[in-house]
Ligand binder design. Structure first.
Ligand code: PLP
Length: 229
């Protein structure tokens, strides 16, 4: 069976997470978000069977297809960039990690307002100013946090960050530490921003040391992806 080694991989990952929580001293609870992109619905089923209820997808269309194919109590996370013309679909997700511009925040707010149900979101930060990535610069976060205070259609649950692909440890700590301070800013403004989504297969231990509450893991759980995504 495909993914038959998932339970064992997960045990190892959880051990590494526990050790990183100890080292980091933030005493947080860490939720593993199983990133199933490019894999079929059977990866979601395997995740559920292994006890993982949080599943992350980076494309709306692919996620919707899996939602239709999988039956079970999955919490769906949208972790990739969301185009504004797909904003209507955010009501299908339990948490949208990738609010990366004021215009997208407004579009999602409008959807949540119309549905009469606030959409849970994370604000994506771009700590080191990577041009290939979206997200808010730390200097703009206070203003955006204030602007979103009046948004009844969304609920700011925290911050999401992604480190550059080839980042050294100093850069990782700068990105993840910056994201933690960004969450502080949002909390001080009164948002219920307790979550910190950061850490992927190759950098999750540093992210957890810096306080991550959600780690988004694909390769380390499911093996290498065939298509690039
Ligand atoms: C693909 C992806 C991940 C998981 O990446 P791995 O390196 O396979 O763990 C995490 N976050 C986002 C935003 C992704 O697109």
């Amino acid at each position: 069976m495909r993914f038959s080694d998932l339970p064992e991989r997960l045990r190892e990952v959880r051990d590494r997470i526990d050790a990183a929580v100890q080292r980091g001293g933030h005493r947080q609870r860490v939720t593993v978000v199983a990133v199933t992109k490019t894999h079929g619905p059977e990866a979601v089923d395997a995740a559920l069977q292994a006890g993982l209820q949080d599943v992350g997808e980076n494309r709306v269309q692919e996620a919707l297809e899996k939602m239709d194919a999988v039956h079970g109590a999955v919490r769906w996370h949208l972790i990739g960039h969301l185009q504004r013309n797909k904003a209507k679909q955010v009501t299908r997700f339990d948490l949208v990690h990738s609010i990366d511009s004021p215009r997208l925040a407004d579009a999602v707010n409008q959807v949540g307002s119309q549905a009469n149900r606030p959409v849970d979101v994370l604000v994506q930060v771009n700590v080191v100013g990577e041009e290939t990535k979206g997200g808010f610069a730390l200097e703009t976060l206070q203003a955006e946090g204030e602007r979103l205070q009046g948004s009844a259609g969304l609920c700011v649950r925290g911050v999401m960050a992604m480190a550059p692909l080839d980042a050294d440890e100093d850069t990782l700590r700068r990105v993840f530490g910056g994201a933690r301070r960004a969450r502080e800013t949002l909390l001080e403004l009164g948002h219920p921003a307790t979550e910190l989504s950061m850490g992927m297969s190759n950098d999750f231990e540093v992210a957890v040391e810096e306080g991550a509450t959600l780690v988004r893991l694909g390769t380390v759980l499911f093996g290498a992806r065939e298509a690039s995504a």
